[in-house]
Write a protein that binds this ligand. Structure first.
Ligand code: SAH
Length: 212
């Protein structure tokens, strides 16, 4: 078990970096990040860094998880949220404690299976998993009032814009390996989208197809 002090230190650091939403910070403080990381690296779980999770993928940095979640929730509570890129399941676990229902998709099956076990271990029952190419979204469950993407497409996928409800918010990194920017897109009317570019980020790329 990691001491309360270690976790409090991480939260203090996120605050210094500008994360303000207390609900988000409380959930980050109370969610064990070490269970989402392989044992060999778990001593680094409460550092503010991304870490490898296998298959050339990474668990996102706590700052980014906090920031994206805060941006998603700023306009008010979200009921029906699509997460693209389950990865370790850490961001999924944070979301599940702050929104009604999480639909999470991952293209690499073994990562998805590990994430599912961790979410069960935490007794979070409002998460539905799917093994698929998330660039296509999840049309059967659309529209979503929140979409959070944790791998970077070069351009915003039209399918995801189509699956965003009016009044909905999407938070995602966009760009190639050289220069990505964190974006927030609000659908303000059937055919009206407001885009904000927020800060430079570095994510793994959103890839097409699936891996068994
Ligand atoms: N939020 C995760 C981030 C994992 S890294 C965490 O903190 O652990 C991004 C994840 O997106 C990887 O697991 C990668 O396999 C997945 N991914 C990339 N392209 C995808 C796609 N088209 N559909 C679904 N998942 C994708």
């Amino acid at each position: 078990m990691t001491s309360r002090r270690t976790r409090d230190r991480l939260i203090a650091r996120l605050r210094e970096q500008g994360v303000e939403d207390d609900r988000v910070l409380t959930v980050l403080r109370d969610t064990p990040r070490h269970i989402f990381i392989d044992e060999a690296l778990s001593h680094r779980a409460y550092e503010d860094s991304s870490l490898p999770i296998g298959f050339n993928q990474t668990i996102s940095q706590p700052y980014i998880v906090a920031r994206m979640t805060e941006l998603l929730l700023e306009d008010g509570p979200r009921e029906h949220v699509l997460e693209v890129g389950t990865g370790s399941g850490y961001q999924t676990a944070i979301l599940a404690q702050l929104v009604d229902q999480v639909y999470t998709v991952e293209r690499i099956r073994p990562l998805q299976e590990k994430a599912r076990k961790r979410i069960q271990q935490l007794r979070l029952r409002n998460v539905i998993f799917r093994h698929t190419d998330g660039g296509m979204g999840w049309p059967d469950k659309a529209p979503f009032d929140g979409i959070l993407v944790t791998a970077a497409p070069e351009h915003v996928p039209q399918e995801l814009l189509d699956q965003l409800a009016v009044g909905g918010v999407m938070v995602l990194p966009v760009g190639d390996g050289e220069g990505q920017v964190l974006m927030r897109i609000r659908r303000t009317a059937e055919d009206e989208f407001q885009r904000e570019e927020l800060e430079a980020v570095r994510f793994v790329p959103l890839l097409a197809g699936t891996v068994r």
